[in-house]
Design a protein around this ligand. Structure first.
Ligand code: HEM
Length: 338
């Protein structure tokens, strides 16, 4: 067995190479370091996320904040529920014509995934920060996306300048949230209003600002912390260690998908396949916007497919690893009217 610290360093440098190696060896449960157990078997992933016997702390990275995790869980639930409701209403009543936005954003040849992320910012940015918000906050949203999502943004922990940017962003967002919590608006215009409505004496504005960042940049590690010694497959974990649920491995299990690297979303509708499908998590913390997100993306792809001819050229062979996993970098030209 390889030394665990050597493995951990290799993983940080080229996570996909390490994971692909594991897939080839049929290895879906392994220690990344003395503290981190990676779980890639869908059934084991689900049992960890379902936390049926309460072996894990009930928490999700979505609500990780400066002081730990946003408390209490009821506040998390209300923010999650109201955020999904706001998004649903926005999508139902949005006056944005997606074709006009696609035409203006993706007019010439564009490089992806950046172009797709910028399209999302145009289409969904108003849900995060309503137009007409305090000067600087809309610009801040743009800067957050540029610094943390677009290519060149690293999934690794930020260096000094990145930390400085992060703390400045948290400071500005916290001030805006404090201002909005003093003058609450109902119905909420954007996610900042939703979060501000659930502020209170018992929670720091900086913690709420951090939750806003989760809505913008969903860095979802799927990590869970054991509260007591517990078995996961053939391994035992305990307090001080972490279990990392890995959908990348679960979704590429050769026994479930014959050709896992092919774009074939229909595979998840096959009988029995759904239980291996984990992009939105599972259990108590499953994404509250899962079905909305799938519907939104399906509609958007439908519009693109119906209205344009697609000319594309891949510029890379391996997927892009950033805050989220994206297809290998490619250039795409949309030609209207096909
Ligand atoms: C394709 C897009 C999305 C993906 C892949 C995704 C993925 C996920 C995943 C994996 C989790 C579970 C995290 C865990 O168990 O630790 C989660 C939770 C969550 N997601 Fe999403 N998400 C997406 C879009 C959204 C959107 C648009 C919203 C905004 C309304 C949203 C709001 C949330 C919230 C509030 C939670 C925490 C739920 C809780 O702990 O109760 N997500 N998401």
């Amino acid at each position: 067995m390889r030394d665990r610290s050597e493995l951990s360093a290799k993983f940080v440098n080229s996570p996909l190479r390490e994971l692909d190696q594991r897939l080839q060896n049929g290895d879906s449960l392994f220690w990344l370091s003395d503290r981190e157990l990676v779980v890639g078997d869908a059934m084991l992933c689900r049992s960890v996320l379902a936390n049926e016997n309460g072996a894990f702390a009930e928490q999700s990275d979505f609500f990780r904040c400066c002081s730990g995790f946003l408390q209490p869980r009821e506040r998390q639930r209300r923010i999650a529920r109201d955020g999904a409701r706001l998004l649903r209403d926005f999508l139902a009543h949005s006056e944005h014509d997606p074709l006009a936005v696609i035409d203006s954003t993706l007019a010439s040849t564009q490089t992806y995934p950046d172009a797709a992320n910028l399209l999302m910012l145009k289409l969904l940015g108003p849900v995060l920060v309503a137009p007409g918000s305090a000067r600087g906050i809309e610009r801040l949203l743009q800067r957050i996306v540029e610094r943390t999502i677009l290519r060149g943004a690293s999934p690794r922990p930020p260096r000094a300048t990145g930390l400085l940017f992060r703390w400045r962003a948290i400071y500005l967002l916290a001030s805006e949230l404090e201002r909005r919590s003093r003058q609450p608006v109902y119905p909420s215009r954007d996610i900042l209003d939703v979060i501000a409505r659930h502020s209170g004496q018992d929670v720091a504005a900086e913690d709420l600002a951090q939750v806003f960042l989760s809505f913008v940049v969903a860095i979802i590690g799927f990590a869970r912390s054991p509260l007591a010694q517990t078995s996961i497959g053939s391994e035992t974990v305990g307090p001080g260690q972490q279990v990392i649920v890995c959908p990348y491995l679960a979704h590429r299990n050769r026994q479930v998908c014959e050709n896992p690297d092919r774009f074939d979303p229909g595979r998840w509708s096959q009988p029995g396949a759904g239980k291996h499908y984990l992009p939105f998590g599972w259990g108590e913390h499953r994404c509250t916007a899962a079905s909305l997100s799938v519907k939104f993306i399906t509609n958007l792809l439908g519009v693109i497919n119906q209205s344009y001819k697609l000319n594309y050229r891949f510029r890379a062979k391996v997927p892009c690893v950033g805050v989220a996993l994206s297809p290998p970098c490619f250039e795409l030209t949309l030609v209207r009217g096909s």
